[in-house]
Ligand binder design. Sequence first.
Ligand SMILES: Cc1cc2nc3c(=O)[nH]c(=O)nc-3n(C[C@H](O)[C@H](O)[C@H](O)COP(=O)(O)OP(=O)(O)OC[C@H]3O[C@@H](n4cnc5c(N)ncnc54)[C@H](O)[C@@H]3O)c2cc1C
Ligand SMILES: NC(=O)c1ccc[n+]([C@@H]2O[C@H](COP(=O)([O-])OP(=O)(O)OC[C@H]3O[C@@H](n4cnc5c(N)ncnc54)[C@H](OP(=O)(O)O)[C@@H]3O)[C@@H](O)[C@H]2O)c1
Ligand SMILES: *[C@@H]1O[C@H](CO)[C@@H](O)[C@H](O)[C@H]1NC(C)=O
Length: 277
Amino acid sequence: MPVKKVAVIGAGISGLSAIKCCLEEGLEPTCFEGSNDIGGLWRYEEKSEVGRPSIYRSLTCNTSKEMTAFSDYPFPDHYPNYLHNSKIMEYLRMYIKHFELLKHIHFLSKVCSVRKRPDFSSSGQWDVVVDADGKQESYVFDGIMVCSGHYTYPYLPLKDFPGIKKFKGPYFHTWEYKNPEKFLGKRIVVIGIGNSGADVACELSHLAKQVFLSTRRGAWIWNRVWDNGYPIDTILFTRLYNNMNKWLTSSMINNWAENKLNSKFNHIDFGLQPQHR
Ligand SMILES: Cc1cc2nc3c(=O)[nH]c(=O)nc-3n(C[C@H](O)[C@H](O)[C@H](O)COP(=O)(O)OP(=O)(O)OC[C@H]3O[C@@H](n4cnc5c(N)ncnc54)[C@H](O)[C@@H]3O)c2cc1C
Ligand SMILES: NC(=O)c1ccc[n+]([C@@H]2O[C@H](COP(=O)([O-])OP(=O)(O)OC[C@H]3O[C@@H](n4cnc5c(N)ncnc54)[C@H](OP(=O)(O)O)[C@@H]3O)[C@@H](O)[C@H]2O)c1
Ligand SMILES: *[C@@H]1O[C@H](CO)[C@@H](O)[C@H](O)[C@H]1NC(C)=O
């Protein structure tokens, strides 16, 4: 049988590991990456670019290095528990060198369309059109792996903020936020208490006049650092806890977790206790 050709769309973490897995299975991968480099979301740039994910300068993993690593390629021992985005990029560059992945990647090659071929029912093949630096190229593939990411486009729900038109100051999504310097002495409200909101509010609070962190329904606050200073995922994401999740009722698990989280940080006192368990 001829070797199957696989198109991998994107050279972020998912795309790089997809190339490697294709090679291991004896498939022939061709990776198309719209930008000029690997890394996807983890490649920090000074300016956000439309059509690319964007991170802030200080962004650090919320997953420990043990749990974030590819299972067959650990992080170097001297890396810290929680990695800055620049360390993730160093790691990915070592990874593609070690597994010789670079030669399978076409940069500045944006996949524009993926369609079933007319004879798809018998061949199972796909027509792929790629915009390679302004030139349209057509390819035929036996398989497609979509690794284009989830966090490319910012979502700003302005319809929920009817007063916003009268507001004189700047407002924007964290997709546009890079670093705190230009907010020296400002009064700022950060809307949303996801990881982005919490990170950015803390960072701004060092130099802003005052920061308000707003949440519509509260949240359970989990710290990255757990009992005895261990990363939370190395303690809780284990086979033992996974099996306990099957044996115990959700109300037992919720009681345990809520007590645990409230012992670090009383959610009622801080007006953060959500309705949901
Ligand atoms: C702020 C933030 C922090 C995060 N922190 C963590 C964390 O601590 N730990 C963790 O495990 N996960 C974290 N994540 C999740 C993160 O999404 C993953 O870690 C990882 O980056 C996903 O990789 P990916 O390859 O799927 O997508 P991406 O990194 O988004 O890469 C997609 C790639 O596809 C390319 N592409 C897209 N469309 C096309 C096209 N049509 N043609 C060609 N190329 C295309 C893009 O240019 C990009 O290079 C975080 C996410 C965000 C937003
Ligand atoms: N490594 C890290 O530490 C790190 C840092 C940043 C981001 N990330 C990752 O990136 C992903 C996205 O995180 P995120 O924090 O940007 O987004 P998110 O987790 O989706 O959080 C969005 C926040 O905005 C609020 N919100 C949404 N729409 C709203 C509206 N119309 N009015 C008021 N509030 C509204 C949400 O409130 P409700 O809960 O009420 O909907 C929520 O608090 C996550 O996977 C996260 O783990 C990781
Ligand atoms: C990191 O944050 C995401 C989104 O909030 C969450 O799903 C995940 O469990 C967190 N990881 C750890 C180890 O806390």
